[in-house]
Design a protein around this ligand. Structure first.
Ligand SMILES: Nc1ncnc2c1ncn2[C@@H]1O[C@H](COP(=O)(O)OP(=O)(O)O)[C@@H](O)[C@H]1O
Ligand SMILES: [Mg+2]
Length: 302
């Protein structure tokens, strides 16, 4: 079974795909068999970062049952590294049915790879939240700019709420309750559904997913990023450790225009060096299996 790491952000254009491409190539170079999967249902473009365009097979072919096994859609781009192109340009693919998503997630986890990286789409739609929550580790990408911080927080909050709601059956009134109200804290939510927290809700609540922050175009010490981490812990009860920081670097747009991950295009550039450090950290932890992740999410086993 592959280890699944999802990269999400809420806001678009903050660097998710650049991060996925960079980490995937670093991990593959370090010896792991990696798949970078484009799960941006609204705007798939991960394959383009590797110079692959439109016509290539992808997740859509699997969803449409044109291919039987997801493996058949893998596009090899480097030794041990394959890309899985996204959904097509049809209205029907703008939103996935529950069954389609479940089938896809099963296939993704069953891929013959050691690590599968999810490039989760922008926005806070159900598909994005479910793909993020289905991973054993979520990497939240944010830049220090306030719109990115706000979207990252909203995304994290809704992912937590979605996971909490999915613990209950679709017809269970508690699920409706969670979906309806705007809850301030995770503790408050647990109280509402009749699972009071021992200390009156002020103490830490076991969060439903493990998430780490990856600061992009940043040093990581910016006040807005610090506030995001504090707010996540205080209100959602979700610790948000800093996984790393990728500096703003003109070699990134250059690499994008050259259809290569920045780690391949200019491996000595500051962004590539930072991505390599994050990749090695992540690779080591995946090997040792110490992600501090909670048991597999209900979103996945459902
Ligand atoms: N660290 C960085 N330094 C400079 N430019 C960056 C950096 N990260 C991303 N970018 C720019 O932002 C653009 C959008 O990044 P992308 O990964 O496509 O965002 P997302 O997938 O979140 O929508 C890239 O094409 C690149 O030019
Ligand atoms: Mg993207």
């Amino acid at each position: 079974m592959a280890r699944v790491v999802a990269v999400g952000s809420g806001k678009g254009g903050v660097g998710k795909s650049v991060v996925v491409a960079g980490l995937a190539s670093v991990l593959a170079r370090a010896g792991a068999r990696v798949v970078a999967a484009d799960l941006d249902v609204g705007g798939p473009n991960l394959a383009a970062l590797f110079g692959l365009f439109d016509r290539a097979t992808g997740i859509q072919d699997f969803l449409d049952r044109r291919i039987r096994r997801l493996e058949e859609a893998l596009l090899p781009v480097a030794p041990r590294l394959a890309v899985l192109g996204g959904t097509g340009q049809r209205l029907a693919s703008a939103h996935l049915s529950f069954q389609a998503k479940r089938r896809l997630l099963r296939a993704l986890r069953g891929l013959d790879a050691e690590i599968v990286l999810f490039d989760v789409g922008a926005g806070c739609g159900r598909d994005a939240l479910d793909f993020f929550a289905a991973a054993e580790l979520g990497i939240l990408v944010a830049t220090p700019e306030p719109p990115s911080i706000l979207d990252a927080f909203r995304f994290l909050k809704l992912a937590v709420l979605r996971m909490e709601s999915r613990r209950f059956h679709a017809r269970d009134p508690r699920r409706r309750e969670i979906e309806r109200v705007d809850l301030a804290t995770l503790a408050e939510l647990r109280e509402r559904v009749g699972e009071p927290v021992r200390d009156g809700g002020r103490g830490p609540v076991r969060p439903p997913l493990a998430v780490e922050l990856l600061a992009n175009r940043a040093t990581g010490g910016e006040p807005t990023l610090l506030r995001l981490r504090q707010t996540a812990r205080r209100f959602l009860g979700v610790p948000l450790p800093l996984l790393g920081a990728i500096p703003d670097d003109p070699s990134v747009p250059r690499s994008v225009r050259s259809f290569l991950p920045v780690t391949e295009f200019e491996p000595r550039s500051p962004a590539a060096v930072a991505l390599a450090a994050v990749g090695h950290l992540l690779g080591g932890r995946l090997r040792r299996a110490d992600l501090g992740a909670p048991p597999p999410s209900p979103a996945l086993s459902a």
